[in-house]
Write a protein that binds this ligand. Sequence first.
Ligand code: ZN
Length: 445
Amino acid sequence: MKLHVCLLLAMLIVVGSHSQAQQAPPYPPPDDRYKVDILEVNGHPDDDIQFAAYVAKLVEQQHKKVAVIYATRGNSGGNAAGPEQSKALADMREMEARHSLASYGITHAWFLHGSDTPGADVLHSLEAWGHGQALEEVVRLVRITRPEVILTWMPNYVVGENHEDHQGAGVLATEAFDLAANPLAFPEQLEAPRNRLSISNYGEGLRPWQPKKIYYGSDAIHFEFFKGNGPEYATSNPSPGRKEPYSRVAAEAWGYYKTQNDFSDAQLKEFSEMPVRFIFGKSLVGGNAASDIFDGITSTPIPYSRPRGYEPPASGLAIELGGPWAFYHTFWPAHGLEHLAKLFSPEAQVTPGESLWVPLIIRNDTDSEKQVTLHSTLPAGWSQNPQATVYPVAAHDSYAIQLTINSSATQKGTWQTLTWNADSGGQNLGTVTLRVDVVSNGLPQ
Ligand SMILES: [Zn+2]
């Protein structure tokens, strides 16, 4: 009897499992504690101050969520607070940044492994940081934070501080904007874990994410002339909670960066009371360059938007500026940022009487070696090395010319124009022009 009952129960259970659909538990959503409206991508601790008055208002009045990435921990540069340098300085600057951000409501900040690389050539920073690893880290953080908007630094070679770490942050942020929704970019980040509650688990379990807009700040001296190329926000409006203008909120946030605090009160006042200006990068949700940053942004995710990508230049013989200029010339169209090329023509700065590095590149995409003759037109009193004028350029190859331009000591405060023209076998390859601001330059080139 007992046996019969057990058999009957067993049969019922088997029948039941075949006739009744079993509901799976909901799939775990991404961790919402890290979802942000804005992700800032900066080069150094303290770069955030450039955006602070605008961001503090968004956090306080619109309850926007903001997270910050620093490509470096600021391990170079002088220490205005004490003797600590290098890695010790980096440990302090990380903490200064965390206190500074917390003063206006930001608690999520990540510091990448990059070394603070003082200079003006973005390719130095990308080399020093390990471009691949740094990009992997930024793409991961975009997928974790799922930002609607990325604020970063203009990928461009400018006259001004022109810090290559700022440019490098802008390059990484722009690349990550175009990669984070692409499942072939760092696919291991997107692999679903086999058992998320277990140990020794592979697969990071992230989702692809497409940010909607990207904007750039800049340390160019002529940033004010970029008016109209992006939104601009006054800093004079008052913080209801702090009973002071947001320029003061930013100035007080700056106060946490004691190791970098070498501004006079007057300089700090001038800096913090300037409007916060952005240069429009791109938008996948419409609007124009000067539209408000959150115009067109809703909480609905958008699909992957394929960037144009790299396209090789027209074949033949050509001459152009090399180094970072050649990089940006290719980078902008690949990422849909052609308009950045139109902000200003190629420029550089040199301390009067000192030398300037000007890389030129001659490309030969023909089937035969070419002899290319270079003609230089320099300002009075300037000279160039090497003095060779004829360059052999192999078929389907290029010749990278590294010029040292010696400036005149007598033209301080002027802009000078340098041009190079090239020809080969009666064919003109074109003209390269570089405008040079003759000023004291703070960073090595
Ligand atoms: Zn900086």
